[in-house]
Design a protein around this ligand. Structure first.
Ligand code: GLU
Length: 305
């Protein structure tokens, strides 16, 4: 029997599944399955220059090899598809049009450089906070424009199921939902999809914490109910920096080719996440019994292989 819970994992097919991606997927899967819910897989492939041919299929293969499965996704279909963002552009543009008509967004002609060069611009968690230059009219009338969302001040606060109450001012500043070149921005596509797919809880890496107030603002503007949010700590390399290719063999496929079993990798990930005392090899399914978000370690895990 389904519990009504609907979780999802939404990777970008920009490379191989590495340990960090695998851990977020594993935790999302454990969360959904442990409460008898559905688990949805969605491919976020809108950032065309970063998308690697064949990466999406290889990601699904790696996640399956680790012992994960999903009820809906690009390869298995489902009632709320398409599950690949590049197949949904008309829908995103339609929602962007509605936001513009209702005055939630405005055309912005500022260039990235202009914004970066505002020496006095205060910086948020992810770059300079947009100072509102085009709020009352484009700074370069007649030039191509992006659609920028009016962010309420203060930004919406929320209580994260893992990270706790959001820090004051998180996500401040008007943000782009449709780029000048017509590319749909992550914030908009993510909200439209989580809404369309009936997602009740978003579990993802805490590098996206600052996106959450922006996404909640979009839900409110659209009159939609936001899901719950659970942001899990990232995986760090042995030097304490965010796990990256330079840390060596972190791709699941490379580990598999090097002789690691899925159970050995899951065992390591479980220990790092605080779900097991030792790194004893174990299956993903063996972690279901007693899985509880409250038991997750809140500090980032370091991996050493
Ligand atoms: N596609 C995003 C990423 O891979 C994740 C988006 C999300 O989980 O909301 O970073």
């Amino acid at each position: 029997m389904s519990s009504g819970y609907r979780g999802r994992f939404a990777p970008s097919p920009t490379g191989a599944v590495h340990l960090g991606t695998a851990r977020s997927a594993l935790l999302g899967w454990l969360r959904a399955r442990s409460v008898g819910g559905a688990f949805v897989l969605r491919m976020e492939d809108l950032d065309a220059p970063r998308v690697r041919p064949g990466a999406a299929a290889r990601m699904l293969e790696d996640l399956r090899w680790l012992g994960l499965d999903w009820d809906e996704g690009p390869d298995v279909g489902g009632p709320f598809g398409p599950y690949t963002q590049s197949e949904k552009l008309t829908r995103y543009r339609e929602v962007a049009g509605r936001l513009a008509r209702e005055g939630h967004t405005y055309p912005c002609t500022c260039s990235r450089r202009e914004i970066a060069e505002l020496a006095s611009a205060p910086h948020g968690e992810d770059g300079p906070i947009y100072p509102g230059t085009c709020r009352d009219g484009p700074s370069h009338p007649g030039q191509p424009s992006a659609a920028r969302m009016r962010m309420p001040e203060p930004p919406p606060a929320f209580v994260d199921l893992v990270a706790g109450p959001s820090p004051e001012g998180l996500g401040r500043g008007d943000f782009v939902i449709l780029r000048k070149d017509g590319v749909v921005a992550y914030q908009l596509a993510c909200v439209v999809d989580d809404h369309d797919m009936g997602v009740t809880e978003v579990l993802r890496g805490d590098d996206l914490l600052a996106s959450t107030p922006r996404q909640i603002a979009l839900y409110r503007a659209l009159g939609w109910t936001p899901p719950a949010f659970a942001h899990v700590p990232l995986v760090l390399g042995p030097d304490g920096a965010r796990l990256a290719k330079r840390h060596g063999a972190i791709a699941i496929a490379a580990l598999r080719d090097g002789g690691w079993s899925a159970e050995q990798i899951v065992g390591r990930l479980a220990q790092g996440a605080g779900l097991a005392d030792t790194d004893t090899p174990r299956s993903a399914a063996s972690l279901l019994q007693g899985f509880d978000l409250a038991r997750l370690r809140r500090e980032p895990a370091r991996v050493e292989l």
